[in-house]
Design a protein. Sequence first.
Lengths: 273, 324
Amino acid sequence: MATAATVNINAPALARPFGRTLAIYVKEIKFEFLTRLRLRAFSLSTIGFPVMFYVLFGLVLNGKEASVNGTHFATYLIATYGTFGVMGASLFGTAAGLATERGLGWLQVKRASPMPPFAYFTAKVVMSMIFSTAVVLLLFALGVTFGGVHLPALEAAKLLAILIVGSLPFCAMGLAIGYFAGPTSAAPVINLFYLPLSFCSGLWVPLMFLPKLLRNFAHVLPPYHLAQLALGVVDAGQPESAWTHWEFLIGFTLICLGLARVGFQRDEGKTYG
Amino acid sequence: MLATMPEIQELHDVRSHSPRTVVAQLRQVSKTFGEVQALRNLDFSVRAGELLALLGPNGAGKTTAVKLFLGLMRPTAGTVNVFGGNPIHAEVRTRIGAMLQVAKVPETLKVREHIDLFSSYYPRPLPQAETLAIAGLQEIKDRPFGELSGGQKQRVLFALALCGDPDLLFLDEPTVGLDVEARRLLWEQIRKLVERGKTILLTTHYLEEADALADRVAVINRGEVIAEGTPSEIKAKTCGRRIRCMSSLDIDTVRAFPGVAEVRRDRDSYEIRVADAEPVLRELLLRDSTVRGIEVVGAGLEEAFLALTQNGNGSSEPQISGRQ
């Protein structure tokens, strides 16, 4: 009969106590966060760009009383620049690191270790979410302090929650890009999606100021749907059902995860297959 | 399953070190990348407690062999066996450490943070202080990876391979690109691991390195093992010495000396490959009173290696019958 040791060595899954697995996830997230936080090119631009745009367009160029379709302008822009910021943190947080580490050998070093592979991806997503949270909270603080924004705690919490949950589709998109872009092409490829998508979804300039053609086109863009959900919290969204937006975002997430999976398997085939 | 059981139990005895126990094995392994055949019917084993050097030129298939052992690639044909299991399984990986060639490591993490993270992957890691001590990193444990020198970076990667206290380590070209001093320092550390009873597979194209560290050398070229043995056995398989001299003697006369394997004219000198230098030198001095500039080089793995890897290149090097 097989001894316990023999059985153990052939077992398909590692019998790691839950506590230790959890500890690995926590460490993986912590060090992923520290890596990115200390990488100024990442941390400063991820937080800096949306905040800078918001200060410029929401606080400096428009008066405190400016409004758009009856919604206070500085409040409206918290929702759209919040979406912009969350999208940036998610895309750059997942895609840039993955493309570099995949392309330059670091991922292989980690794959050769007994690291649970899922911990690696989880760390990237959670790290992105931490940066997303920082961006949104900073926008709240700026808006309330300098923009005359009235945001009750419950509304603020709801807006934050929607933006963070809504960052998942862009994390998935980032993983897909990370699997198809190379170490040097990742950043340009991300921007190629990020900037046009943001503009056409009305994240920079409210949609009603855009030509009709673009306004219609926005309906097929994922950031538009997240922005509408965020605007819904401050009663400035288009008169559309929130479910339509969620359904669109869920569908988009699944497509991106599917693409990421194709990339993952292609990678396994090339490197591991 | 039942058929492989005795082997598995034998493999499980690593810690009680029966010296010939095979801990990792490639059996009839071939690996092709598109049109390129990286490995052909490769057969070799790593035994408990030894340091096996996989020696070969660039592109010989060394890294491919290591990646197969690590489960980072699957063989096109043949089987890979590590501790009686498949290396893609995490529980096999907890007994393995790997140092791979990597172009970029996250630079903003500190040395101790990298070690802290990798240690957490293993069930019984070494205390961090011990890992730092073995790899000689105590002084720089708080430095970000990006600020380290080449030798220090390699030592960090080495520390990541050993921090989980694995039984078996794969070191893929550990000293590539290092200066002499950094290389010798890493050698010292690798020897420390061998003293602790670890089994190590090291790949290198530095012949000196295999000679200095290995218990056993497998010479690999174009995806095939062409010779295998202790460093001295490998050397013995070839003509061990090379004599250079300037002589007025006719090349055929020199070629006819006993013990001469090959003579080549190199500008105004002869280059003579011999098994033993002394009889040939005596003969030279006896026959030619004007012989000068005598130089005896050799006993290095270099000669053996050149002779072995030049097989089949249409050269007139002594033909070594490799393991087929």
